[in-house]
Every structure is written in structure tokens, then in C-alpha cells.
Write a protein that binds this ligand. Structure first.
Ligand code: DGJ
Length: 547
């Protein structure tokens, strides 16, 4: 009798604990964790990758305008929408807050089973202050503007003034407090962007009296301490500036970093990031969602700070942002440049996780999303102006396929067993990638005619001698990368799909489709009319070794 009762009780205790854990998981605030080399966003207790899109700037300023859009966002297979919340509309009169648009967004998103990332358009948006409330816009005394060398007022708030950051922080804190009140159960909002593409243009720094005085003063102690503590881990750009003065440990900005325009950028980065970090800190004190800052990127090697917004979170000043704004969890690139791989690579340096809040919405989006997620464990991929894309856009197929693979993707993040495939130009031939115990020898589509048939996808090592190859327009064979028999043979290749996490095999590809077991091909037949040669697919590949 005793023997029977105890296990039952134990089972009951376990069930109650599991139920409580489930409840706790569901209500747990979205947060970031590390898995191997990756940073994962945890939502409702599970890693969550945002297959997303960002709305046009003004869409979320009218819920009537949004009304017909929600169904479209669902049809585009998004799981997350990035939408703006503006200081101007949240605090139309000083101290009077209006969250009706936020509530409308929450309602629309919930009804359509979507998550939200809110973009706080406060003091700055694309290097200007167009979203500050009218009462801030008109009060140039209390909220001073940045100055050019000739002394003219800009349309831009100066980052040097406490009155400005405190006013912005107060409104942002009110927003986060509101979210805590209305969203702590459902957790529809899973992340927040603080400001948008900040920095000063066209001059490389603010020349207002306050900024001039700060520029002639010693570099703040907090920054010097950070540089000294992280001296061996600094990114090369900041390291190079500091090295140019023999790593001086005190002095004015030019004494520590040299007398060049790049020092102006470091100075602006410190002050912009300080300002924004304080806003993020005030928001997190109310409701600590993950927060990031996004960057208008340097467009080419010839550009100097001020050609692009000086002081914004471009990758060359990531160290300065990290030192100045610890409440900002990471920095994110808005990628409109064609060199997608290079931008991603510059943003994953020194442990910064990849989150892409804005990307080009052309057909390349369908390819780039694979690279971001498979190669760099990205938390989010979001083409900009998402409501404009057609419902036959190839991105939808990419998202659908990535959802199928998602349980495997999140399990393999940070393990080194997942790689992206991306051909950026038709003339590129291919590449060899070490994935698990084999090298994957990838041949790109040299016949590519343009945007719709260049190679893209991923290779995932799911078990010993077992791979998934997904995407389209490339071929791959494998060779051993570890000691043992010299050759790798294909044991089997199956086409298939994942339904609710379960592999459902389709064709077995033994003949022409694998060139008689020599190479894995996507698409398996050149025309593949029935399977749709233009659509990405998943192949399951098992290998064996022989001499
Ligand atoms: C980048 C900005 O961050 C967005 O808000 C929007 O203005 C796009 N550019 C337009 O391309």
C-alpha cells in the first residue's frame, strides 16, 4: 500500500510543479539568454526567432488605417510586427499621456496571434527630431538644439541637455509602465527599440556651447575605466584611435583619441548613447523588456561621420555604446546595403547578437533571412515597409520553411552545427563550409540570371552523419573533416517536410536528382514542375565513410 501511495503523491507533486512552471513560463517576461555562442530571446519560456516585418513609419498612428492590414500581416506569415510608438502622440501635452494607439496595437496583434516590437520614436528618428511633441519642438530654450559650426540651430535636439533626456525618459518610462500594466499576462510586446537611427548630420559633432565645453573637458572617467578594463578586447576601430595617442589614460577627447573627425564620432557616440542609455534605464525600471538601438549604416568606405549620422550605433563605435549605455542590450543594423554578409559580420563582433529590425524588402529578403538565422543565429529579420509586399513574395516561402525547421534551428543555435548559404553575385562559384564532422562543398548557381535564382539556404548537422540541407539553387557534396576513412558517400537523400515537428518524407532521391548519389541538389531536378523549382525545400541527407 505504502509503495503505491508514495509514487502517486510524488507524481501529483511533479504534476503540480510542472503546471506551476508552465504558468510561470507563460507569464515570464521576454528576456535574453546565452546558448553556446548565441543569444536567444526567450518568450513564454521558449527560444523565439522573429520572422518579422517592420511597418512604415506612420501606419501605427491610425488604428483605422491598420484595421485592414492585420489580415495581410497574417497572410505574409509573420510572427512579429515592428511598429512605431511616437513621443509626440503619447504625450501630446506635457505630463498628459495617451496610450490609446498602443492599446490598439496590442489588440490588433493579439487578435491575429502576432507579437510586437515597439519602436520608440522619441528625441530622434533618422538623425532628426521630427517625432518630439510639439511642446518640445517649439521650446528651443528649454530643449536646446544641436549647433553647427556657424551657430545655426538644427532640427535636432542636442544630446547634451538633462532637460531633454529627462523629458524623453519620463515619457518612455510611462510607456513601459503602461505595458507592464496591460501586457504582463499576454506578453504581446517582446522587445523595444529605443529611438531610431540616431546621430548628427551633416556635421561630425555638435558645436553648441555645452558640447564645445564637454569636448574640451577630460574624457569621462567611466569611459576611460571601460577602455582600460577591456583594452585587450576592444574592436580594432576604437583600439586604433586610442593606440594613435599611445593609449593615453586621461586627457581631453583629442588628447586620448587624436585630433581627427573620428574623435568627433567617438565623442558624439558617447553622448548620444549616454542619453539613450538613461532613457532605456528609466524604461527598464518600469518593465525590463530587452532593448536595443538601431543604426543608419556607413554606406561606403569614403564616408566620414556626418555623411552618416555621427554618434549613431554603427559597428565601428560599438565599444563606446557598450560603455555608455549598459541598459541597451545590443546594437542592431538596418541593412539596406547589398553587402549583407559583411554587415552581419561587422555586427556580431565581440558578442553582439544579431537582430535586423530593417532590411530591404526586395526578393533578396527571401535569401538573406536564411543567412542571418543560420549563419549568425539572428533573433529577428524584418524587411521594412512590410505591408507593401505582395502575397506571392518569395519571403513567405522562406518564412514557412524556417517555421518548419524552427525547433531544430533553436536547438542548434550557438553550437557551430548550423551554417548559412548565400550567393551574393551570380559570378560567385561556391564555398566550402565545415559543419560538424564533414566539410560541405557548396556550388552556387552559376547560371543565376538575377535576383530570383541565386543560391540560398542552410546546412544543419542534426546527428552523426546526418544533415538537413534546405533552401534553393545550390548543390552540395560532403567530404570528411575528421580522421578516418577518406571519403564520404551519400547513404540516402530524402525530400520531405516537417509537420508539427515530425519529419514526413516525400521523394527518395537516388537517381539523377543526386547525380546517382554524388551530390545533393536544390532543386533536385532542373525544372521540377510538380514540386515547384522556385520554392525552397528541405532534404534530409545521411552519409557514410569509406576508403
Ligand atoms: C530607415 C529608417 O529607420 C526607417 O524609419 C525608414 O525611414 C526607412 N529608413 C526608409 O527607407
Amino acid at each position: 500500500m505504502k509503495d503505491k501511495v508514495l509514487p502517486r503523491r510524488a507524481t501529483l507533486v511533479l504534476l503540480v510543479a510542472a503546471f506551476q512552471a508552465t504558468l510561470a513560463g507563460a507569464a515570464e517576461i521576454p528576456h535574453l539568454v546565452r546558448q553556446g555562442t548565441a543569444t536567444q530571446l526567450i518568450v513564454a519560456g521558449e527560444p523565439f526567432v522573429m520572422l518579422a516585418g517592420e511597418l512604415h513609419n506612420s501606419s501605427a498612428s491610425s488604428m483605422a488605417y491598420m484595421e485592414p492590414m492585420w489580415e495581410k500581416l497574417v497572410a505574409l506569415k509573420l510572427n512579429t510586427v515592428l511598429a512605431t510608438v511616437t513621443w509626440e502622440l503619447v504625450e501630446p501635452a506635457e505630463g498628459q499621456f495617451d496610450f490609446s494607439l498602443v492599446d490598439g496595437l496590442l489588440q490588433g496583434a493579439r487578435e491575429h496571434d502576432l507579437k510586437l516590437v515597439l519602436l520608440w520614436f522619441g528625441s530622434w528618428k533618422n538623425g532628426v527630431s521630427s517625432y518630439i511633441p510639439t511642446w518640445v519642438k517649439k521650446d528651443l530654450e528649454r530643449f536646446p538644439r544641436a549647433q553647427g559650426k556657424s551657430g545655426n540651430n538644427k532640427l535636432v535636439l542636442s544630446p547634451m541637455h538633462e532637460a531633454s533626456w529627462k523629458a524623453d525618459a519620463r515619457a518612455f518610462a510611462a510607456l513601459m509602465r503602461h505595458l507592464r500594466r496591460v501586457d504582463s499576462d499576454e506578453r504581446t510586446v517582446i522587445m523595444v527599440q529605443v529611438e531610431n537611427e540616431v546621430g548628427l548630420m551633416p556635421e561630425s559633432r555638435d558645436h553648441s556651447a555645452a558640447a564645445e565645453a564637454a569636448f574640451r573637458s577630460p574624457v569621462p572617467r567611466e569611459l576611460m575605466e571601460y577602455l582600460k578594463e577591456n583594452k585587450n578586447a576592444l574592436l580594432p576601430e576604437v583600439d586604433e584611435l586610442w593606440a594613435s595617442t599611445g593609449y593615453r589614460e586621461s586627457g581631453t577627447w583629442t588628447q586620448v583619441f587624436g585630433d581627427t573627425v573620428w574623435t568627433d564620432e567617438v565623442f558624439m557616440a558617447w553622448h548620444m548613447a549616454r542619453y539613450i542609455g538613461r532613457i532605456a534605464e528609466a524604461g527598464k525600471a518600469e518593465y525590463p523588456l530587452p532593448m536595443y538601438a538601431n543604426a543608419w549604416l556607413v554606406q561606403n568606405d569614403r564616408e566620414k561621420p556626418g555623411d552618416y549620422p555621427s554618434g549613431g550605433p554603427v559597428s565601428r563605435v560599438m565599444d563606446i555604446w557598450r560603455a555608455a549605455a549598459p541598459a541597451i542590450d545590443f546594437l542592431a543594423p538596418d541593412i539596406y546595403l547589398h553587402d549583407f554578409k559583411a554587415v552581419c559580420a561587422s555586427y556580431v563582433r565581440s558578442g553582439n547578437p544579431l537582430m535586423i529590425p530593417e532590411a530591404r524588402q526586395g526578393p533578396e529578403a527571401a535569401r538573406n533571412v536564411f543567412w542571418a538565422i543560420a549563419e549568425h543565429d539572428a533573433m529577428c529579420f524584418a524587411p521594412f515597409g512590410i505591408e507593401d509586399i505582395d502575397e506571392d513574395h518569395p519571403l513567405i516561402d522562406s518564412y514557412e520553411l524556417l517555421y518548419q525547421l524552427m525547433p531544430l534551428i533553436v536547438r542548434h543555435q550557438g553550437t557551430g552545427r548550423m551554417a548559412g548559404v548565400l550567393q551574393e553575385r551570380p559570378e560567385e562559384e561556391g564555398t566550402t563550409i565545415r559543419v560538424g564532422d564533414y566539410n560541405a562543398n557548396v556550388r552556387y548557381n552559376r547560371q543565376a540570371k538575377g535576383q530570383t535564382d541565386m543560391s540560398y539556404g542552410l546546412i544543419l548537422n542534426v546527428g552523426p552523419d546526418e544533415y538537413l540541407v534546405a533552401g534553393n539553387w545550390f548543390q552540395v557534396n560532403f567530404s570528411p573533416a575528421t580522421p578516418g576513412p577518406r571519403h564520404a558517400g551519400i547513404l540516402q537523400v530524402w525530400e520531405g517536410v516537417y509537420e508539427d515537428g515530425r519529419w514526413v518524407p516525400g521523394r527518395c532521391l537516388n537517381g539523377d536528382e543526386t547525380a546517382a548519389h554524388w551530390v545533393v541538389k536544390l532543386p533536385p531536378n532542373t525544372h521540377d514542375l510538380f514540386a515547384g523549382s522556385n520554392r525552397p525545400r528541405i532534404l534530409q541527407v545521411t552519409l557514410y565513410r569509406h576508403d
